[in-house]
Design a binder for this molecule. Sequence first.
Ligand SMILES: [Zn+2]
Ligand SMILES: [Zn+2]
Length: 788
Amino acid sequence: MTTVEKTESARKFLPRIVEKRWDHNPLERAIFDRWQNEGTFRFKAGKGGRPFVIDTPPPTTSGPWHIGAVAAYSQIDMIARSQRMHGKSVLFPIGFDRNGINVEIYVEKHSKVKMRDTPRQQFIDRCSRTLEDLEGQITNIMKLVGLSGDYDRKYHTDHESYRKLTQATFIELWKRGLIYETTRPNNYCHECGTTIADAEVDYEDLPSNLAYVNFKIEETGEMLVIATTRPELICACQLVIVNPTDERYSKLHGMHAILPIYGRKVQIKPHPNAKTEFGTGVVMICSYGDYTDVLLFRELGLKEIIAVDPDGRLTAAAGPYQGLTTLDGRLRILEDLRSQMLLVKTENIRHRTPVCSRSNTPIEIIPMKEYYLKQIDFIPKLKHLAKQITFHPNAGRQILFDWINSIAIDWPISRRRVYATEIPVWYCKNCGTAFLPPPGEYYRPWRDQPPSAKCSTCGHTDFEGETRTFDTWMDSSISALYISKYQLDAKFFKRAYPVSIRPQGKDIVRTWLHYSILRCYQLTGKVPFTDAWINGLGMDEQGEKMSKSKGNVIEPEPVLEKFGADSFRFWNASEATLGSDFRCSEARIAGAHKFLTKLWNLSRFISSFPQVKNAKVLPSDKWILSELALLVEKCRKGYRDYNFFIPATEIRDFVWETFASHYVEMVKPRAYGQGFTKAEQKAAWFTLHTVLKNTLLLIAPIAPFMTDHIWRQLYATKSIHAQKFPKPRWSKVHRRYTEKILEFNREVWKIKKEKALALRDPIEIQVPKALTPFEDDLIRMHSLLTKP
Ligand SMILES: [Zn+2]
Ligand SMILES: [Zn+2]
């Protein structure tokens, strides 16, 4: 024995990784701090070339994060980390969307004050304080799960610098005639006390009462039964329609119906919007029960009667029911109809009801004066732009197309709320002409006087400030402009815009994605991003949407505490292919944890062998390297498509099913030097380390903590996250043996099991001819007794 060999056997191949197990809790935190201290992920703008800019969704700071959000952001982090390993200079901004109704509702609930009963400034201050707490909690989770973002330059949509950009873009679009103010029926949420856009309306099948009400026909004196879920709106009825093909009613065309309770008469007309199968097939058209009503009032030029006021109460038009809420009014009019024998019957049905997506309360359609941003004129252009963007997965584009095709109205952008960007407009107290200040400052018209203004119409200098604010999407829709320093750093903007990727959930395609494309195109003439990444949503274990009311929300902190960020991230990446909804289950996360434990133990085992620079590899080594080459190819492709399901599952299968189970078992005797030459032993060491090293690189964006820890103990002092992805530089020729090797090993194990032999026990089995090149390894692996 040489001296070298003596020392080696003396060391008995002790693992160089000292910790016996991966103790995620102290380790992950220490590693994160190290990244921060070393500035591992600091964005270096450089000079030339395009940086890879991620338009990170600024989370709405209106409540603690649930596990689905944490999962989504951990995948966005995989985009950042994998792009760095592709050699890109990555800007991964961390922003917070801190404007609007969501925030206000959260504050109202938690501090038990009502926005409308609190002085404006006081309520604003309260919101700011609450936001600090919430942001702290969310930032903490971001760090726990390992987001490699730019924490030094966090941005906030409620910051002066952001709000003044929103205001400046409004002033610009106003000047270009893309903004107008008008009164028209629109979605109104009483709970939120504001007009909301179609994009913020959800539909729910809610239980409802369908009332069959008698209307007298003026001409014949007969009774006509009309079924309605909104009898309190009878006072606002201007027309009764029947389907032109409905022969039951063809003789009524042109006749008149007399409204019960009110005695006013309205025309009966044939119109295709009347559905013969709903109720009695006769429909009352009133202002406004639903969107059909809005369209018919417009189409037929009917005069609207406002029956519901902005507080959700019936107006004078409702006569005896004035001042009641719509619900109370409904019950009262039903009583009256019943006592007057005008109520034929009522039916319990489920009715597709429009509800506010924020407060979940049914909305009313009432006319309000609001500011609008033009979007109808841009529909053909928007479709064209949607084709320019590469979607991951491709199906995301269809969600956007479907939404664009359904747009029927310009975007109402004014809100009657307070914690949001103010609409920068004052009005002349003398003649009402609007005054817009020059862009570049943050304006609060509800509080401040306009800067040295004189009315352009009458020369008056007394102004009244606008009190309304913007829809929050007015702010968040220009995040791509804000992070690429639009109007702030022309040089950087030119290099960075359009930004590289917009990652987001499919639930906000109709809002965030659509509004971003619309707004940024109107301002720059370009799409805001070249790629859009549309993630599925996190559901509970049964596949149900998580919500507080259902009590099925999974809190992220205990899960991260229990399993660690790497297991959480690996679970999420391997759970579902990009774009599909995924189920959050502790058992599945535990499964991911098991895999990472396997990877840890395997790394520790391999770490006990010396690293050699080069070796003359044997057929078994060539075989596993050929499989590694394929793995590298597949992972690179998965990362290029931002589909982390591919690398996660391919690596798991390779490590578990091929590398650990077969190759490592085959070369154990050789690695320990049992019956092999020194050169052959070295080849095993070389190959074991080559596979481990490359596997760590490939999985680093998904499990960033453990891989960096192992990497720095074994391979380099510099972080694994400063490395590039490997290239598939090994021949794939030996892959032709894969099936046969796996088959043979399984066969031997099966036979030993049947004979109740231990894996190490000798057995008489011949290595098949096709596997002759692997004979030496296979014989020692299975202790095969070959016939002489
Ligand atoms: Zn609402
Ligand atoms: Zn004036």
